[in-house]
Design a protein around this ligand. Structure first.
Ligand SMILES: [Zn+2]
Length: 56
């Protein structure tokens, strides 16, 4: 039997354009995961973009 001890973090990543994109937040519009960028997050489905605030 296989125990569910796989890297659970893997499911929060996806390949897009040869890059590994971290997916950790969902789009408030359509509910799909947002693509993590340096300064923003964006939804590939509906085009929603969320800018990160650079504060500690
Ligand atoms: Zn969306």
């Amino acid at each position: 039997m296989t125990k569910g001890k796989k890297t659970s973090a893997y499911r929060y990543y996806k390949m897009e354009g040869g890059k590994l994109i971290r997916l950790n937040k969902k789009c408030p519009r359509c509910g799909s995961f947002l693509a993590e960028h340096r300064d923003r997050r964006s939804c590939g489905k509906c085009g929603y973009t969320e800018f990160k605030q650079t504060e500690a």
